[in-house]
Design a protein around this ligand. Structure first.
Ligand code: BEZ
Length: 211
């Protein structure tokens, strides 16, 4: 069954390029980004793994751990890692799950048979420190993901979690945010010392609270 927002992220134990990992233990108190790659030695995946590796410090800053998956075995991943470093200029620096039996891909519904019945789509699951799924994204194999967007979403999710704010269309870090409708004006005044502007009673904006 498809994994939905708010579900507990299914736990699993799997071989990875960094040894055997139990997913929940690996995450510990961190946020997690689990993302699937259709297959080893494929061009789009090669660019993605290079770009996510290059951005690892940004994920570290957000207390978020990366873990990739591809439906080949760890030995194959090891060989592919050499190509990733050679062509993308950055070595793979987070674990890549060997999922030749599709165990994790099936658990996370990463194979969409009407797209391809053996390869995964490009799934992204962002998991909170409470192990609940906070975001899912699904791209086709032909479209590489956008690292900046994954970081942007993490920033938004973390703001919501820490400050009870939402983020508007095209928001990026540092811009004004939205006071969630669940807060009364009185609660918002208390919670946001910089004040808020009510464009409509339901549309209230406030400076980003952690800036
Ligand atoms: C790729 O990563 O380039 C790719 C993988 C599977 C199908 C199409 C493209």
């Amino acid at each position: 069954m498809a994994i939905r927002l708010g579900d507990e992220a299914p736990d699993f134990t799997a071989d990875t390029t960094e040894g055997t990992i139990s997913f929940h233990d690996y995450l510990g108190d961190s946020w997690g980004v689990l993302f699937s790659h259709p297959k080893d030695f494929t061009p789009v995946c090669t660019t993605e793994l290079g770009a996510f590796s290059a951005a690892k410090a940004e994920f570290d800053k957000r207390n978020a751990k990366l873990i990739g998956l591809s439906v080949d075995d760890v030995e194959s991943h090891g060989k592919w890692a050499g190509d990733i470093e050679e062509t993308q200029g950055t070595a793979l620096n987070f674990p890549l799950i060997g999922d030749e039996d599709r165990k994790v891909a099936d658990l996370y519904d990463m194979i969409h048979p009407n797209a391809n019945d053996t390869l995964t789509v490009r799934s992204v699951f962002i998991v909170g420190p409470d192990k609940k799924v906070k975001l899912t994204l699904t791209y086709p194999a032909s479209t590489g993901r956008n690292v900046t967007e994954v970081l942007r979403v993490l920033d938004s999710l973390q703001l919501t979690s820490d400050y009870k704010v939402a983020t508007p269309v095209n928001w990026t870090d540092g811009q004004d945010v939205i006071v969630v409708p669940a807060l009364s004006d009185e609660e918002a005044t208390e919670r946001f010392p910089k004040g808020f502007t009510a464009l409509k009673p339901y549309l209230r904006v406030t400076p980003q609270p952690n800036k």
